[in-house]
Design a protein around this ligand. Structure first.
Ligand SMILES: C[S@@+](CC[C@H](N)C(=O)[O-])C[C@H]1O[C@@H](n2cnc3c(N)ncnc32)[C@H](O)[C@@H]1O
Length: 337
């Protein structure tokens, strides 16, 4: 996720990978500020519950072979090839200062701020998601292609306005505006940075999308007790993975998402730090861990996967690196069982 604070024109470029380490992004003076915010963020979510969840996740992590986020390259000779260096992009302080700056730019010049992965990707994600949701009508069960949906369920899916949609780490909220243009209307955006929510609300009001709901919320310690039929993530898991405790935070992420996505609902993740296969492997690991916990609890019901792969975007431009072909952005949809 390099070129992070590039001018708006640059945002149409796919960000280079792997993301820059904190030391590469900041000056010497800034470095001490970053070090301070680093220690501030080590208190991240320091409620008792969160500490307990963090300890649980750490324990599982040390006992399992959890895959690190990686470049799509298969350069496995390099022992570090599969590791993403922590970066200031993993810290809330970075996002707070970024959105404070963006708000000033919005007020003074009407700028929208960064469009992550560019306008083209945002448009693809919105229209592809609309198509995916619409395909849940007409008797097609998108998960297995069978025709076992009842007519009333078809009706519900056909009417996109009946889908409750949550965009986590919404930033400037522009993806939600695109989804509104696609026909979704029950839209909520959350971000742990208050500045992001202020910016998103201002932009939505300016652009005629005042009905979109926005609230400050940390997805790893969410206040939401509602479940959503469609949850979107564009770049948020990437940012979470860049925290110094990235691997643990990612585990907390999947736990939280399993509560936020409604049964039979969809999770659509767009990432530049993980390939489709890496995301699938991560979900597979999460499923196995939850299933083994269920077995330990000795429940009578057969444990099932929490998330299952549904589809992915196949139209992003690809590049060849180290003899392996891949695209720099991946968008993958999972169904919540
Ligand atoms: C790469 S930006 C993407 C922003 C937006 N989704 C987009 O595509 O333009 C990552 C966003 O995730 C937010 N974020 C990171 N960690 C978060 C967390 N734990 N809870 C909520 N938001 C988070 C950041 O504030 C930032 O807005």
């Amino acid at each position: 996720m390099a070129g992070i604070r590039g001018p708006p024109e640059d945002s149409d470029l796919f960000p280079a990978r792997p993301p820059p380490a904190a030391a590469e992004l900041i000056s010497d003076d800034d470095r001490s500020v970053a070090a301070d915010s680093w220690s501030i963020k080590s208190d991240y979510g320091s409620t008792l519950d969160d500490e307990q969840r963090h300890a649980d996740a750490s324990e599982v992590l040390s006992a399992s072979n959890f895959p690190a986020a990686s470049d799509f390259s298969s350069d496995k000779d390099d022992p570090d090839a599969n590791e993403v260096e922590p970066s200031i992009l993993g810290l809330q302080s970075y996002w707070d200062s970024t959105y404070a700056e963006d708000l000033v730019n919005f007020r003074e010049h009407g700028h929208t701020g960064e469009i992550w992965f560019g306008v083209e990707v945002m448009d693809v994600v919105a229209s592809w998601t609309q198509n995916l949701c619409s395909n849940m009508v007409g008797g097609r069960n998108p998960a297995n292609g069978s025709s076992d949906k009842s007519e009333s369920a078809d009706e519900t899916y056909r009417d996109l306005s009946r889908w409750s949609v949550l965009d986590i780490g919404t930033g400037n909220g522009l993806l939600l505006q695109e989804l509104a243009k696609q026909g979704f209307s029950d839209l909520t955006g959350t971000d742990y940075s208050e500045g992001a929510i202020n910016l998103a609300r201002n932009l939505a009001d300016r652009d005629g999308f005042s009905s979109i709901k926005f609230l400050v919320d940390d997805v790893l310690d969410t206040k939401l007790d509602q479940k959503f039929q469609l949850v979107m993530d564009k770049g948020t898991l990437d940012a979470i993975g860049l925290h110094p405790d990235g691997p643990v935070k990612r585990m907390m992420y999947w736990e939280s998402l399993s509560n936020l996505v409604a049964p039979s609902g969809l999770l659509v993740i767009t990432s530049c730090n993980n390939t489709k296969d890496e995301l699938l492997a991560e979900v597979d690991n999460f499923n196995k861990r939850i299933k083994s916990q269920d077995l330990d609890r000795d429940t009578n019901t057969e444990p099932t996967d929490v998330f299952r792969y549904l589809d992915h975007v196949r139209t992003y431009p690809t590049v060849i690196f180290g003899g392996v072909e891949g695209s720099r952005v991946s968008t993958v949809a999972f169904v919540r069982n």
